[in-house]
Design a binder for this molecule. Structure first.
Ligand code: NAP
Length: 329
């Protein structure tokens, strides 16, 4: 089978299209003929190998997972002996980062607990753009205490994968939403119902004097003091991504003191991949409440170009990798 393989960290140049052996499903796994996958920041981080946390997760000196790709949408070709939920021919989608990635290939094996049946109303490209970003968005808005109708949410880094899903979901439950990103992404965010738009190259949202009930930060890089200042008295700050190390240190050393006499909450959310979460994304999609924003689609052989386009930073929403497109017809 064809797959995008890499054996050393570096720029997208390290991604090579290779012929490799087709995997065989273990007892609790299914074999998926991959129709589409998508680009995630986590994949991009694992290509470059930048940062201690990335190396600890991905391999200290060289990548431990030779084939990346967390999001997967495709058709089941074979099932392991203990599989209960799926059968050959089922159309599925999911996030297999926790099972060693591998979706940038014509076939991949994955545990059934990381998959769900794909909605017939969803294209395979939409199904490939939704899992990781969608689960991060929904779980991020239910951290410690869920976002409620009438509350004011700020999404920092709103123009990529997670932001548009969080924005649509928040609007669907009746929240007011401020989105922070580049001006180039404002048209997309406005079309999805953003109530206020802030350009991060011009304005630091923690220094405007405005306060929010809920802050979802996809690319956090400030101090816990900054975040505390931007929260209303009972506000919640959730870090999804960004400079984890620095915030973890502050949360251990500074936050206990700074938030001692405050109802404000601050934390880092670690997401979970499960069939229930994926099924909820399908229902929200079928109800017309959330839909992934797809910027561009690249064929498997051009996956390196997809990451070069991602790194340029002008993308809006998700970048999809189209693989066995015929299998989806
Ligand atoms: N917590 C967990 O369990 C977990 C699990 C998996 C992944 N993650 C993390 O979750 C995040 C996923 O987010 P995503 O898919 O939405 O990422 P994404 O697609 O890369 O989007 C990030 C957006 O933030 C914008 N941005 C960059 N720097 C910014 C700044 N300083 N201020 C405001 N906006 C800025 C980017 O714009 P530009 O175009 O300017 O770059 C982009 O529009 C990643 O950080 C990933 O590592 C977390």
């Amino acid at each position: 089978m064809k797959a995008i393989v890499y054996t050393k960290y570096g720029s997208p140049d390290v991604l090579q299209l290779k012929e490799v052996d087709k995997p065989t499903p273990k007892e609790n796994e299914v074999l998926i003929k991959v129709v589409a996958s998508s680009v995630n920041e986590w994949d991009n981080g694992l290509i470059s190998g930048k940062g201690l946390l990335t190396r600890l997760l991905g391999g200290l000196f060289k990548p431990k997972n030779k084939i990346l790709g967390a999001d997967v949408a495709g058709v089941i070709e074979a099932v392991g002996a203990n599989i209960k939920k799926f059968k050959s021919g089922d159309e599925v989608f999911g996030d297999i980062a926790g099972a060693g990635f591998g979706a940038f290939a014509e076939y991949v094996c994955a545990p059934e607990k990381m998959l769900a049946k794909k909605s017939q109303k969803m294209s395979f490209e939409q199904a490939a753009a939704l899992p990781q970003a969608g689960l991060l968005a929904l779980q991020g808005l239910r951290y410690k205490k869920p976002l409620k109708a009438g509350q004011h949410l700020l999404i920092n880094g709103a123009g990529g994968g997670v932001g548009p899903i969080a924005l649509q979901y928040a609007k669907s439950i009746g929240a007011t939403v401020t989105c922070v990103d580049r001006e180039e992404k404002f048209e997309m965010l406005h079309s999805l119902g953003a109530d206020e738009l802030i350009d991060y190259s011009k304005t630091d949202y923690t220094k405007t004097g405005n306060q929010y009930d809920y802050i979802l930060d996809v690319t956090a890089c400030r101090s816990v003091g900054d975040y505390k200042r931007a929260l209303k008295p009972d506000g919640v700050f959730v870090m999804i991504g960004g400079s984890m190390g620095w915030l973890i240190v502050q949360m251990m050393l500074i936050q206990p003191l700074l938030f001692k006499f405050s109802n404000k909450k601050l934390g880092i959310m670690g997401y979970r991949v499960n069939t229930e979460g994926l099924n909820e994304l399908s229902s929200l999609f079928e109800e017309g409440k959330v839909s992934p924003v797809i910027d561009k689609s690249f064929p498997l052989a051009e996956t390196a170009n997809a990451f070069r386009y991602y790194e340029k930073g002008t993308f809006t929403g998700k970048i999809v990798i189209a693989i066995n497109s015929n299998a989806g017809k």
